[in-house]
Ligand binder design. Structure first.
Ligand code: NAD
Length: 472
């Protein structure tokens, strides 16, 4: 992996877009700067009795809207630069998908695999305590979520710790999202980032004129896909692309290596194989590649990098053969490589759009926590009854009878998951066309979708600084 400052990368992308807006330079600077960074160190007792000092960060990039929002990652490479970069990406992401939050991000510098569950719990709870002490968490202040190396389990520990420290806060469950559903989570959040990536790709591939320019037919059906990283984002994106989009997952890369199988990998079976053997290598019917990063260079229609930043840099950009890249991870393509790929004619769906499904559904979860009611609870039965009345009227008017199964299917009122997925689908479709429209306005040879998405974000955030007397 190249050692390129991630914050510098994000800011280069910002500057490229900012130059195409007419906002005052001071305002652009304010939008770009990180508003607050917390670095904490604390001791934890390991299971063997030794004491270890843990480093953790939380960056709140932009307070133009509160609360701020963004994941917490556990990884050995976490550092302040990375956390600030990821927090700033969150600010732009939230603006692109019209989620009313500023951006934030947190990280703890640990290799999670090397700690017991008990140790991870002590680390997570103590970090939460530090965030509470410094006012860096709360339903109206800053709301974490999972990221690389964390999931619903860690979110449940965070919620429980916050709850214990703020018992008078009636909205305390809204202090963190992607919690397990019985602990205040929402149906559909676990798979939301991957599902959002699927919607993003489906929408991009539905534009026949754009696909023609890439030498591809419209639609996802039959498109050959390679996934880098089969974690939360990569696995779910692969699953929906295969099951709902009819795409063929021909390649996958994981920590231990990369595999190729032209006839399609069958995602669920591959995941089962990895659970049993601890590796994707030697998966029946697939061939192992010499090195995991070769997976990124496979000949395919769609590449989904869904591991960590800087997977594609100027070191390997010329060897990338995918026609479309959907950035599941944050910052997988360096700024320079991204500009190079755009010139080469590759369609890059940028991270701040392509992986925004997670924060979108986190927003729905936060709304659910603040309203203290499950989506669909009030209207499900009412809608079912109304639908049945309409169907009965149709039967009367036409003389045709619906079967019992047809009646049940047609009358069905929405469950929480139906509403969540529908809200996510609407969000991704709308956001895609908004940034594509901006790209077209600026000329798609000059401006790539990443720059267009930054222009969109900058314009929306600038409006929030109207109190400075600057009205765009
Ligand atoms: P995860 O920990 O669930 O999965 C990451 C996977 O990538 C793991 O299986 C890991 O073994 C694999 N991996 C690590 N290095 C690799 C490499 N060099 N090559 C191939 N595979 C490798 O993490 P996640 O939540 O899926 O997050 C992945 C990326 O997506 C991160 O950049 C994160 O910031 C971004 N993201 C996550 C969410 C979310 O909701 N979880 C939302 C938006 C963006």
């Amino acid at each position: 992996m190249d050692h390129i400052s991630f914050t510098k990368q994000v800011n280069q992308n910002f500057d490229r877009a900012a130059a195409l807006t007419d906002h005052p330079s001071g305002l652009l600077d304010q939008i770009k700067q990180v508003n607050g960074v917390l670095h904490v160190t604390f001791p934890i007792k390991r299971d063997n009795g030794s004491i270890e000092v843990i480093h953790g960060w939380r960056a709140e990039h932009s307070h133009h809207k509160l609360p701020t929002k963004g994941g917490i990652r556990f990884a050995p490479v976490v550092n302040e630069d990375e956390v600030i970069a990821l927090a700033s990406l969150m600010t732009y992401k939230c603006a692109i998908v019209n989620v009313p939050f500023g951006g934030a991000k947190g990280g703890i510098k640990i290799d999670a695999g090397k700690y017991s569950v008990g140790e991870l719990e002590r680390i997570t709870r103590r970090f939460t305590f530090e965030l509470v002490k410094k006012n860096f968490i709360g339903p109206s202040l800053d709301v974490p979520a999972p990221d690389f190396g964390t999931g619903p389990r860690e979110m449940a520990w965070i919620a429980d710790t916050y709850n214990a420290l703020a018992p008078e806060d009636i909205d305390s469950l809204g202090c963190v999202t992607a919690k397990p559903v019985p602990q205040g989570g929402i149906q559909g959040r676990a798979e939301a980032t991957g599902r959002g990536g699927f919607f993003a790709l489906r929408e991009a591939c539905s534009v026949a004129e754009d696909m023609k320019a890439l030498g591809l037919g419209p639609g996802l059906e039959g498109k050959r896909v390679v996934i880098q990283g089969l974690g939360n984002v990569g696995y779910h994106a692969a699953k929906f692309l295969e099951e709902e989009g009819g795409a063929v997952i021909i390649g996958a890369t994981e920590y231990e290596g990369a595999i190729l199988c032209e006839r399609g990998l069958e995602v669920e079976q591959l995941m089962q194989f990895r659970r049993e053997t601890g590796s994707i290598l030697d998966y029946p019917g697939a061939s192992n590649l010499d090195h995991r990063d070769q997976g990124l260079e496979l000949d395919c229609d769609i590449l989904v990098p869904a591991a960590l930043e800087n997977a594609i840099t100027m070191k390997n950009a010329s060897r990338i053969r995918a026609k479309i890249i959907a950035e599941g991870a944050n910052g997988p393509t360096s700024s320079e490589a991204s500009a190079y790929l755009h010139k080469k004619g590759v369609l890059v769906l940028p991270d701040a759009f392509a992986n925004s499904g997670g924060v979108t559904v986190s927003y729905f979860e936060w709304l659910k926590n603040l309203s203290h009611v499950r989506f669909g609870r009030m209207e499900k039965r009412f809608e079912e009854k109304s639908n049945r009345h309409i169907l009965m009227a149709v039967e009367k008017a036409t003389g045709n009878k619906f079967s019992a199964e047809e009646l049940t299917a047609l009358a069905k009122g929405p469950e929480e998951k139906d509403l969540v997925n529908s809200g996510l689908e609407e969000t991704m479709i709308r956001a895609y066309h908004a940034i594509r429209e901006i790209q077209k306005r600026h000329g798609d040879h000059e401006v790539d979708l990443r720059t267009a998405s930054f222009i969109d974000a900058i314009d929306k955030i600038a409006v929030c600084y109207g109190y400075l007397g600057i009205f765009p």
